[in-house]
Design a protein around this ligand. Structure first.
Ligand code: SF4
Length: 110
């Protein structure tokens, strides 16, 4: 099962890695994984979305706890508009050292 990719608030399945074995379908605790041939017609856009996001998201091979607000979002219609397409940074960016940047250059003295 190397086909899962983890984004900030959504998992996708790599269509090139998936062999359509359907093992994951009954394992999904919220019943949102479908074999492609069983995908409801109002969710066909997710085929393209999985392909689009696969190269952007990192591989996940171990079970993790659900996000803290998972129950709140479960079954919410139209939540795709809240999808975060860019991976979150692992750590906040470093702050520049105070006073070390943009300091006017001192003339060199020989
Ligand atoms: S259908 Fe099988 S190969 Fe595809 S993601 Fe699910 S478990 Fe992996």
């Amino acid at each position: 099962m190397d086909g899962f990719r983890e984004g900030p608030n959504m998992l996708v399945i790599d269509p090139d890695e998936c062999i359509d074995c359907a093992v994951c379908v009954p394992e999904c605790p919220v019943n949102v994984i479908f074999a492609e041939e069983d995908l409801p017609s109002d969710q066909l856009a997710f085929i393209k979305l999985n392909a689009e996001l696969t190269p952007k998201f990192k591989s996940i091979t171990k079970r993790k706890a659900a996000l803290p607000d998972a129950d709140e979002w479960n079954g919410t219609a139209g939540k795709v508009k809240d999808l975060e397409r860019r991976p979150r940074l692992a750590a906040p960016p470093c702050k520049p050292l105070q006073g070390s940047l943009h300091r006017p250059r001192q003339p060199m003295r020989w």
